[in-house]
Design a protein around this ligand. Structure first.
Ligand SMILES: [Zn+2]
Length: 159
């Protein structure tokens, strides 16, 4: 690992305090996802030690949204998740995350991932959406099925 590579911290880094040292960054909005006192304290401490809070630019966000749409993860990613990914893309950094959707999009985009828990996906997963009533499979999630109107639509692994 190169010493000057950015490490982009997702929530797990603040909960577990497990992440690489060196150049560390996260995005605004992460502070709303780390709710317990200990994590908040750790977040404040890191800020005094050089943790950078960086907002990715709109182009990076759009780029990541497009990638997440391709893998079928867009629907389960929060705006903060997308910003974490966009920052990883912008800084060509390593993403520290336990979130499988974030890991999946990172992998798909060729970004390095480190997980706090040690659990890491090994291959890219592509997702589609299936209506449980009529079995219609679509690329994008809709509230109700276009064919039968059912609301029971689930994310399924695409073959
Ligand atoms: Zn249907």
């Amino acid at each position: 690992m190169q010493a000057d590579v950015w490490n982009i911290l997702d929530t797990c880094a603040f909960f577990t305090q497990i992440h690489p040292d060196g150049k560390i960054a996260t995005t605004k909005g992460i502070d709303e996802e780390i709710l317990n006192k200990q994590s908040k304290q750790y977040y404040s401490n890191l800020k005094t030690k050089g943790l950078k809070i960086i907002e990715p630019n709109k182009n990076s966000i759009d780029y990541i949204k497009e990638k997440a749409k391709e893998t079928g993860d867009l629907d389960v990613l929060s705006l903060t998740d997308i910003k974490i990914l966009a920052l990883g893309y912008e800084l060509q950094g390593t993403i520290i995350s336990d979130d499988f959707a974030i890991q999946n999009v990172s992998l798909y985009d060729g970004l390095e991932i480190i997980s706090c828990s040690g659990k890491k996906i090994k291959e890219i997963r592509k997702w589609k959406y299936r209506c449980s009533a009529c079995k219609l499979v679509t690329d994008e999630k809709s509230e109700t099925c276009n064919i039968c109107g059912s609301v029971d639509i689930f994310r399924v692994k695409a073959k």
